[in-house]
Write a new protein. Structure first.
Lengths: 284, 423
């Protein structure tokens, strides 16, 4: 694919370039909606489209007013802080339980491995609305509905499949003789875990954690049902904004969230490449 | 020196037979693995599996009629609805007694609401009577048959009594029948009249739109996965970021982007008008309909299609294609007969994943779907949070869950859940 052979016919050449154009269009479809909102968020007007001033690149057409609104508006600010309070706690819970279970699951002899795995992955598969409705009824019964702890537990459950998947994937490449060697030299299981195994699987644990974090940080359906007004998160506030009166502040929030995703993506990619390099799997 | 010629079982260092010693070690190992898994399993069970099971139980649970109208239910046991006759005075007296207690505890409106789902109109009969029955003296004020009918003609309707009798059990199939547009009639389940059928339409629409979304994802994802798998690693990694960035971007951000782009005064319509493809007066309606949902959801789910396809295509040796061509195959034959069959597992994995995610979607259809482009999830949410008909919401949820779990099982058979990859 990389290059056309010199003997290619006209038809083959045409197809080669047409194909590249098609792929380019699909990439454009993937990325354009995300990129377009970035300049729109600096719009000086309250419009959702490019004003003539913006198209002329006139500095008058651009402003930071939507960002100022985001940072000065109480409901947006409290939503942001709620998100920042819930997501890290949910991440800690799912990473702790998830990493332990992933280590257990990658032992050589685990009874009912397939069934256990199916149960642990199920929060990712079950439609969110069903999880949300179930949690709403059940958490109301035990008094967790509308509480901070309820939302954290619900989000932790949703994040667990991601931790399990990434950490078990890292453990596939883990050399078991290292823990045996450590035990042989007199380290107890806890020391072995923290000094030998953990540093080696850390990249997987961190990417699992980032997945769990973004799951909680982006989640809206479950929090709509399990949370109350006191736990209103950023996605919840955006959902309300989009459904009722859509204000251009949403564009500023969206741009900030895109920046966060780019940072998370960069971190995960770096960790993935590092662990591939350590295992000698990467071609370059 | 040990005597290796000795007979009997092989012994471990501490003198126990090696076989027993080994099996004990294995047992210990299994136990340790399970101990590590147990906390999480328990956590998921309590925070996730139990809530879902609890909700599913609501789709068949029907204690409310029995609990609120115990005397009536008992008195109705001997009554045959097929006779077409109203129940006897004893039943009406029992109803008056039940209503008096229920009205005092204010539970009669709840049972009225429950019965109203099955027989519209029951609710007003109960509400109207509940207020007045409270003043009666049960010992002397009979006969109650005439008095109840006097309050509301509804009590003289055999259908009302039939509904109460049909739904007096602790469990009911009523919600499920309701969810597939049927009802419990005099002779068992029957299909609802044409104008009351909404849920089947909704289920079919959800399936149809999810299939369309899955197909558009295959169509758009296949070339991209191919080019990613066949470019040099460095370039492919750069392009892969273009796929991963949407994957990592908040769902709400992507949905709001589409909501803004697809508006009549939005960027897409503005561009089309500016190019001259569309007249300013007839801007395209791209949002609040099926098309809006399909466009936005295809964009949101496309990475879930590209990534599994890409990982399968990466493993296909390019020399197969070259071999096919050197044996005389045209480009098309080589692709269709040699390359394409090898990519089927990737297409299958991606399609099941996209379809599973699509049928359960809630947020995007709710925001860009309007009334024509909503999914079954939106209806479930409506019944849980707005209408209060939890049983029907739960029954619809159970049907949706059954579809998803069936596909999950197929996915596990075809791909294996262990092989799910993220980015």
């Amino acid at each position: 694919m990389s290059a056309l052979p010199p003997y290619a016919t006209v038809g083959q050449r045409t197809w080669h370039y047409t194909f590249r154009v098609i792929c380019g269009l699909v990439f454009f479809f993937l990325i354009a909606p995300i990129v377009v909102i970035i300049p729109l968020s600096f719009n000086a007007q309250d419009f959702f489209t490019f004003t003539p001033e913006m198209l002329r690149l006139d500095p008058e057409g651009y402003s930071l007013k939507h960002y100022r609104d985001f940072f000065n508006n109480d409901s947006w600010q409290s939503a942001m802080w709620n998100s920042l309070k819930i997501a890290p706690m949910a991440t800690i819970v799912s990473v702790t339980f998830g990493t332990l279970a992933a280590i257990g699951l990658s032992q050589p002899h685990v009874p009912f491995r397939r069934a256990i795995m199916a149960i642990l992955i199920s929060p990712m598969i079950v439609p969110l609305i069903i999880s949300a409705a179930g949690m709403y009824f059940f958490y109301s019964r035990i008094g967790l509905q509308g509480t901070y702890i309820g939302v954290v537990l619900a989000h932790a459950a949703l994040g667990i499949p991601f931790v399990i998947i990434t950490v078990t994937a890292t453990l596939v490449g883990f050399d078991r003789s290292l823990t045996r060697a450590a035990a042989n030299m007199g380290a107890d299981p806890v020391t072995t875990f923290f000094r030998v195994q953990m540093p080696l699987i850390l990249p997987g644990v961190i990417s699992g954690g980032l997945f769990a974090f973004i799951t909680s940080f982006d989640e809206v359906v479950v929090v709509l049902f399990v949370g109350s007004a006191g736990q209103k998160t950023l996605p919840w506030q955006m959902f309300i904004g989009l459904r009722e009166q859509i204000s251009p502040t949403i564009l500023a929030v969206a741009t900030i969230l895109v920046a966060i995703s780019i940072m998370l993506l960069a971190t995960v990619e770096m960790l993935r490449r590092r662990s591939e390099r350590l295992r000698g799997m990467s071609p370059g | 020196m040990t005597d290796i010629s000795q007979s009997g079982p092989v012994l471990a260092a501490d003198g126990t037979p090696l076989k027993r010693s080994l099996s004990r070690a294995l047992r210990m190992q299994k136990l340790r693995a399970l101990m590590l898994i147990a906390p999480l399993l328990l956590f998921i069970l309590v925070t996730f599996i139990l809530p879902v099971a609890d909700m599913l139980f609501r789709s068949v649970e029907n204690r409310i009629v029995q609990d609120t109208l115990p005397r009536t239910v008992e008195a109705l046991a001997d009554w045959d609805p097929a006779s077409g006759q109203l129940p006897e005075e004893a039943v009406f007296a029992a109803m008056a007694a039940d209503l008096q207690i229920a009205a005092k505890e204010k539970t009669h409106t709840r049972v009225a609401k429950r019965l109203n789902y099955e027989n519209p109109g029951v609710s007003s009969v109960f509400r109207k009577s509940g207020r007045k029955v409270g003043k009666w003296d049960l010992a002397t004020d009979g006969p109650f048959r005439e008095k109840l009918i006097e309050i509301d003609d509804g009590w003289g309707d055999v259908e009302l009594w039939r509904t109460i009798k049909t739904y007096s059990g602790s469990f009911t199939s009523g919600y499920f029948l309701n969810a597939v547009d049927m009802q419990l009639g005099a002779e068992g389940p029957e299909i609802r009249p044409e104008n009351e059928r909404i849920y089947n339409t909704m289920l079919v629409r959800t399936m149809r739109m999810s299939l369309i979304i899955t197909f558009s994802c295959i169509l758009l994802g296949y070339p991209v996965a191919w080019i990613l798998a066949n470019l040099p690693a460095r370039k492919a990694n750069l392009l892969l970021i273009l796929v991963l960035l949407p994957f990592w971007t908040s769902l709400l951000v992507r949905t709001s982007a589409w909501k803004i782009l697809l508006q009549q005064q939005g960027v897409i319509n503005d561009t089309l008008v500016w190019i001259g493809l569309v007249d300013d007066a007839n801007r395209l309606v791209l949002i609040n309909n099926e098309l809006g949902t399909i466009i936005a959801m295809t964009h949101i789910l496309l990475p879930f299609m590209i990534l599994p396809m890409y990982s399968v295509m990466q493993t296909i040796n390019p020399s197969y294609l070259r071999a096919a061509k050197s044996l005389g195959a045209t480009d098309w034959t080589a692709f269709w007969r040699v390359y394409f069959p090898q990519t089927v597992p990737g297409i299958g994995a991606g399609s099941i994943l996209v379809f599973i995610l699509a049928v359960g979607y809630y947020i995007t259809p709710a925001l860009v779907g309007g009334t024509k482009g909503t999914f079954i999830s939106n209806l479930i949410a409506y019944h849980i949070s707005t209408s209060g008909n939890w049983g029907l919401g739960a029954a619809l949820g159970a049907i949706l869950l059954a579809v998803v779990l069936l596909l999950y099982w197929v996915y596990d058979k075809v791909v294996g859940i262990d092989n799910v990859k993220l980015g």
